[in-house]
Design a protein. Sequence first.
Lengths: 428, 428
Amino acid sequence: MDSIKIGMLGLGTVGKGAYKIIASNAEMIDRKVGSHLEFVKILVRDQNKDRGIDLDPNLLTTDPADILDDPSIDIVVEVLGGIHPAMDYSLKALASGKSLVTANKDMIAEYGKELFAAAETGGADLFFEGSVGGGIPIIRPLKNCLSANRIMEIMGIINGTTNYMLTKMTKEGSDYNQILREAQDKGYAEADPASDVEGYDAARKLAILASIAFNTRVTLNDVYIEGITRISAKDIEYARELNYTVKLLGIAKDTPEGIEVRVHPCFIPYSHPLASVNDVFNAIFVRGDAVGETMFYGRGAGEMPTGSAVAADIMDAARDKLRHTQGINCTCFDHKPLKPMGSIESKYYIRIMVQDKPGVLASIAYAFGDKDVSLASVLQKHTEGNMAEIVLVTHRVLEQNLQNAILMVEQLSSVGKVHNIIRVEGEL
Amino acid sequence: MDSIKIGMLGLGTVGKGAYKIIASNAEMIDRKVGSHLEFVKILVRDQNKDRGIDLDPNLLTTDPADILDDPSIDIVVEVLGGIHPAMDYSLKALASGKSLVTANKDMIAEYGKELFAAAETGGADLFFEGSVGGGIPIIRPLKNCLSANRIMEIMGIINGTTNYMLTKMTKEGSDYNQILREAQDKGYAEADPASDVEGYDAARKLAILASIAFNTRVTLNDVYIEGITRISAKDIEYARELNYTVKLLGIAKDTPEGIEVRVHPCFIPYSHPLASVNDVFNAIFVRGDAVGETMFYGRGAGEMPTGSAVAADIMDAARDKLRHTQGINCTCFDHKPLKPMGSIESKYYIRIMVQDKPGVLASIAYAFGDKDVSLASVLQKHTEGNMAEIVLVTHRVLEQNLQNAILMVEQLSSVGKVHNIIRVEGEL
């Protein structure tokens, strides 16, 4: 049987990972697929750069046409990242009937619809298991294994950088800026960390998961986003005192009033399966109407884990080519409305600096009561000078009511500053 | 488009679950599949029994030929359980080109090879996601998402009954027999609990997982099996003292000297991801050469969770029928030898009753040293009369050396009884 021919666009971390895995496990992989997987061209910027991997230099090209216009190429692997030129190349590959494997969350989260349409037209596969959770199987389990379920909820730790940072802050009691510098030194955070610490990376992944889980198109713009930049050592200390741990979660819910999709820091109880997911590990918790609670855990990034997902997608695309068939295409056949953020319900942790004098707590409690926010617990700590810190945890309330109460509290003359508001999730 | 026609053999717990899920989520499921899934016949023993589900009585039949000989039926769902007559019916269905969906671990663990051969001949699918881990996606993730990896190790809590019992014993300090009675009262354990508590159920599931993970046929007879019947409240108490928790694990490893497949109670450190998997939950930990550590968690049994897996398999089989293609068939193309149990390496916990007199510990320590078993820790407790209890934990040693040392210890005049030997696993 002829080999299955692969062209790869890019040879960065993920591309190298996929290449190495398919090279080192070639015999097993070829037996599983029923044909030889052969890389025939790899697009790079600089053909002479030393990449530290064993590679025939003739494989490298700087001209995308060597891949996109080669009719013998069956599968295009896009690992350039970013929207341009990845998107143009991907559309072109799909339109000409080449199956596309990508780990490009930016592109899938924003242009999944267009890419699926091109795959449909071209009769090709579009696989992107590596775009969420690195090596963790999650896209295919949602599309296949859990496909008979109405998925009600997804809660995920889907950004390794911030989970590493929050874990370190929790273990060491250190503050955000110190830990960020350490993470940057170790290569776990980028020099410009915004995409991770401000929640955009997680939001892209959540949009992809929600689209598949709820059968409705969710894009990056639909996701409410808060990052971890305001989390302080104090918040983490109070969390511990209240038996919670702090995690940056992507949360997606399918409710009768619409879809909730939000990325923000959360307090979750120690007993929740996600609470013990530490360091750079990711985990995605999925609740379905039939299956109940499931969770998928593993390494959410890196050369070999993400390479593992890309290599598996290549194998599946190859099998489909050999069988002249196609995998599951777009399943966003519904058009579910987005639920406005003010309509979500949650418990909230609120940390407020106030003047340490009689009547302050009463006036704060009055403001919450006035806006229909009932309080579950109150901690008051004397801090410095004539200021005291008050920590409140609410019962489950409407976000809009909470925000109204906070506005009212901020008007109180005895209130110095509302330092932080963090949602409390995952209580079973 | 015509509907996809399903015949189901059996309407017990799992069959009812699959039927209910496909009925209640019909609209979504049909859109995903691209055709209507229609149950046309269901084999039962008694057509008049009240099953508490909404079902057209004309669907029921007591004659298997109404399903197996009906050429219009595309997919046969086998949920009878046991080997006979499930195996005959399944072979017949596959041979005539009907795809087979089953959750029957007994049949797959013993006759997977024969069933795959029949599927190949008939050009049909053979899917069995529900046979391991109930609703947890694990078979398809291994066959697809992780397929580029050389899987090195699987460690799983794959029997809910024993995990429930061990969790209760740990939380309450109660003894085995009391907890077994409670589990039986609650319906978590069968009247005859042997298959669960003696480890056979877990062993069947492990054989299935190992066959897929290592690409070599592993059957029930290949699995070394110890159940939980000898675990006492004392063992659990000592485990806690040593920072371990007790779990019944299925462990499969692919080593240069052959395949290890074993089911037995283990001490695992609290920090291991499997340690916090409690009650009836299952979890399967998989280590691959590229992906590193992954874990899959969820409800390992029950009408709706296992029904979820069966319903998803039906959907995949239906898609394949519509596309005139087949899913992944047998991948056991290797013939790896089994590693003899004496050649495995582990740490061991050993609890021994001895005479409380000078020199006893020295003679025991001598016996272990003589057989090349080095000790990591020793606890000695005075218990009753002139007898004392000694608890030893070894370093990593050869099983054969450990067994030789135990034989030697049992000969010592000062040793009353070796109460228990439990392997210590999962230290990273």
